[in-house]
Design a protein around this ligand. Structure first.
Ligand code: PNS
Length: 159
């Protein structure tokens, strides 16, 4: 029987409770979930790729079938190399839909890879890593939006 493998791709700078909600739900549907951190040297980030991988590994250890990796270049090439059949994306609001649909269609036409859109838990529908960083930069409390260890690292980094 083939292993049903899905990828949750993103920048994860840093991972939020919204990401973890999607990763955890995907882990119940697929045999294996690979969380793939995009290496994007042209985008400035709060955490290095290694730090992001470390935080993701800590926060997803409880799921058992989730692995963390990184990639650069096209996501479909990463999927092909690792035998991944499905891309899982969380949809927070209608505003996410246009671009996600476009990417899903492009990825399907490039490599026949399917995209599964998962509605975000409404608790996290306003949540994004960039907003969390902005709020934390100005001293706002984001502790309910991040895993405890990630919140500690964000506070420490921005101190
Ligand atoms: O967390 P992000 O930054 O919103 O994630 C975006 C990501 C990594 C999912 C997207 O930019 C991506 O897939 N990049 C890889 C490059 C690629 O395959 N581009 C073509 C997309 S159709």
């Amino acid at each position: 029987m083939t292993t049903r493998r899905a990828v949750c791709p993103g920048s994860f700078d840093p991972v939020t409770n919204g990401h973890l909600d999607i990763i955890g739900r995907a882990s119940l549907i697929f045999d294996e979930v690979i969380v793939a951190v995009l290496i994007n040297k042209s985008k400035s980030s709060l955490f290095t790729v290694d730090e992001r991988i470390e935080m993701l590994a800590e926060c997803t250890a409880k799921y058992g079938n989730v692995k963390i990796d990184s990639f650069h270049g096209l996501l479909v090439d990463f999927c092909r190399d690792r035998g991944i059949q499905v891309i899982v994306k969380g949809l927070r609001a209608v505003s996410d839909f246009d671009y996600e649909l476009q990417m899903g269609q492009m990825n399907h036409s490039l490599a026949g890879i399917e995209t599964l859109f998962m509605p975000t838990n409404p608790l996290y529908s306003y949540l994004s890593s960039s907003l969390v960083k902005e709020v934390a930069t100005y001293g706002g409390d984001v502790s309910t939006l991040l895993p405890e260890s990630v919140n500690a690292r964000v506070v420490d980094r921005l101190r």
